[in-house]
Every structure is written in C-alpha cells, then in structure tokens.
Design a protein around this ligand. Structure first.
Ligand code: MG
Length: 191
C-alpha cells in the first residue's frame, strides 16, 4: 500500500532506491528515531515512514517547504502545482496529504524549518539519517556538521553522484565511518 502512495507522489526517487530506503529503515537501530532532511512532497518519507511503522519508531522529516533554487520558476525542478494562493512555494500541504494517504500520521512527524538550523538544536540520538535537503555544497556541509554527530546507525546521502555531496561521504569515511555498497545515486555510511 505504501508503495502505491509512493509511486503517486511527486518527487525524484526510482523504485530501486525506494525499496533500498525501506530496507535501510528496517535496519535502523531499534528504539531510536529516524530523521529525513528534505521532505518535499513525501515520496521518500513514505519509504522510511513505512519502515518506522514496522519498527514502531518515529520518523521526523525536516523541510522549510519553500523549495530549493532548482525548484524556482524556470529551473529544472519547478512545478507550478506546489505554489500556494500567493504564488509562494509550499509543499507542506502535499507532504501532509501523502503521509495521510499512506496511513503514517502516527509514525511520521513533519518538522517545518531549515534542516541545519533544526539539527544544531536537536537533542536525541538518531538511528538513521537521510540527507536530501539543499543540494548545494554549503547546505550539504551544514547538514553534515549539524547532524552527523547525533547519528548512531547510518547516514544515507541522496544524489551523491553530485561531486560535492560525494566529498561529504569521503569526509565521513576519513573520520572513521564505514562506507556500505551504494544503491543508485545513494551513498551510505555506517558508524
Ligand atoms: Mg534527492
């Protein structure tokens, strides 16, 4: 059922990566929340959320919902459907509809705000972290520095074929993390 909702949700996540995300979620350390950075309309949220439901843990999904530069009018990822009545990018209603459609509202908690800002104040350990928020070098760097130290299981980077995202994987490996086999454009490191 969650797969049907996932396939109907806006976003950029092929089926093999969706299945891998679900499996990574199931392998998350028991009893700890998972965190997703970059919710957009909830496509990957559903994969991790379905795993969170299986484990009966909470998935926090963090996004300011105002879109990233590549979603601006005229850019590659622009979608006029996600503008609100005032013409502002707002994917929060889409995310909430996706979570409800997948029957995941008990397990998935949306957090509305900039991912690194939330991360700097985050107080709990995180079992699994999925990084797919701002894709520019500065945003990725800020997300890793705000969140990585809180993760006791795995960090999954989406779109890690982008060189400066791959650089963050190398940075963590140099810091003692172990890289696991990648899936599609996802690279994965474990403590
Ligand atoms: Mg992505």
């Amino acid at each position: 059922m969650w797969r049907d909702v996932m396939r109907q949700t806006k976003g950029w996540l092929p089926d093999d990566e969706a299945d891998a995300l679900y499996e990574l979620g199931l392998a998350s350390p028991p009893g700890l929340p998972m965190v997703e950075l970059g919710s957009y309309c909830g496509k990957s949220t559903v994969c991790l959320g379905a795993a969170a439901r299986e484990l009966d843990v909470t998935l926090f999904t963090v996004d300011h919902h105002r879109g990233s530069p590549e979603m601006a009018p005229g850019q590659d990822c622009h979608d006029p459907e996600v503008l609100d009545a005032d013409g502002r990018h707002d994917t929060l209603p889409w995310l909430r509809a996706t979570i409800a459609a997948a029957d995941l509202e008990w397990w998935v908690v949306p957090v509305v705000g900039a991912s690194a800002r939330v991360g700097r104040l985050w107080g709990t350990k995180v079992g699994t972290l999925f990084i797919d928020a701002g894709h520019d070098a500065r945003s990725i760097r800020d997300d890793v520095s705000a969140w990585a130290e809180k993760v006791s299981g795995r960090i999954v980077f989406h779109d890690a074929t982008i060189p400066h995202i791959g650089d963050e994987v190398e940075f963590l490996v140099a810091d003692g993390w172990t890289e696991l086999p990648s899936v599609g454009c996802m690279r994965i490191v474990a403590r």
